[in-house]
Design a protein around this ligand. Structure first.
Ligand code: PEP
Ligand code: MN
Length: 262
């Protein structure tokens, strides 16, 4: 908490890639790894636009057991190849505690999905890893519960935890979730940990993502996690909320203009 550590945490996610400092950290890429061409094309595009981390799911926590579950280790290998090709570090989700070692062999940053925010055995295992963790808030998790989940990781020794607000469940159906933007200043008041916003899962619609990126930055977030797909219309997961490479580049341009004006 802020009482114990008054200064904000600033740390490296990978060599040369810092979170919590002055520079906004943008992580971008497809919801899921689908194949070599899809991933490489998207990775090159997000890198060119200024993203510092490549995202992509190899293990997917899908609502339906019959939906695409991810390419698993094959997907991790493609992520590693994309890192090789672009120099971008990789953030990818680990869904099952038994896969922590496997995912950690390939990933630079280990993601905990919203559905696993209170999977305490998983959190403890991640606390024993020497890799930063991107911890997503659950869709029905209070700030207090969210912070206690972070504490499960910290208390095992891993101090590199990034908190991610990705929208919570409300009565509203116009958006996939309701982005709790106030979580940014609330978390900033209560904790030293960096806070990032995922406007893609929060809104569910690509057309709403740019405005929520700008709002999140205005609210004081440390970074963004944005879904980008080279062909959103054919995406096997979350196409409707994925920006095209051109759409993402336009958002990044505008963010740079805001930063220059500030
Ligand atoms: C994701 O980032 O791919 C994802 C599944 O998000 P969430 O856990 O927030 O639903
Ligand atoms: Mn997704």
């Amino acid at each position: 908490s802020r009482e114990i550590r008054p200064e904000p945490s600033v740390f490296e996610l990978a060599p040369g890639v810092t979170v919590g400092g002055r520079e906004l950290l943008v992580m971008a890429g497809p919801c899921s790894v689908e194949g070599e061409e899809q991933l490489l094309e998207t990775a090159r595009a997000v890198k060119a636009a200024g993203a510092r981390v490549l995202r992509g799911g190899a293990f997917k926590p899908r609502t339906s057991p019959y939906a695409f579950q991810g390419m698993e280790e094959e997907g991790l290998k493609l992520l590693a190849a994309a890192r090789e090709a672009t120099g971008l570090p990789i953030v990818t989700e680990v869904v099952n505690p038994r896969d922590v070692d496997l995912v950690a062999r390939y990933a630079d940053i280990l993601q905990v999905g919203a559905r696993n925010v209170q999977n305490f055995p998983l959190l403890r295992l991640l606390g024993q890893q020497d890799k930063p963790v991107l911890l997503k808030r659950g869709m029905a998790t209070t700030i207090q519960e969210f912070l206690m989940s972070a504490e499960y990781i910290l208390s095992e020794g891993n101090q590199r935890v990034v908190l991610c607000e990705r929208g919570i469940r409300t009565f509203e159906t116009a958006t996939r979730n309701t982005l709790d933007l106030s979580a940014v200043p609330v978390l900033k008041e209560q904790t030293h940990l960096p806070v990032v916003i995922d406007p893609s899962h929060a809104t569910g619609h690509a057309s709403l993502v740019p405005s929520m990126c700008y709002a999140a930055v205005a609210a004081g977030c440390d970074g963004l996690l944005v879904e980008v797909h080279n062909h959103p219309e054919t995406a096997s997961c979350d196409g409707p909320q994925s920006l095209t490479p051109a759409g993402f580049a336009a958002v990044m341009d505008k963010l740079r203009r805001f930063a220059a004006a500030a």
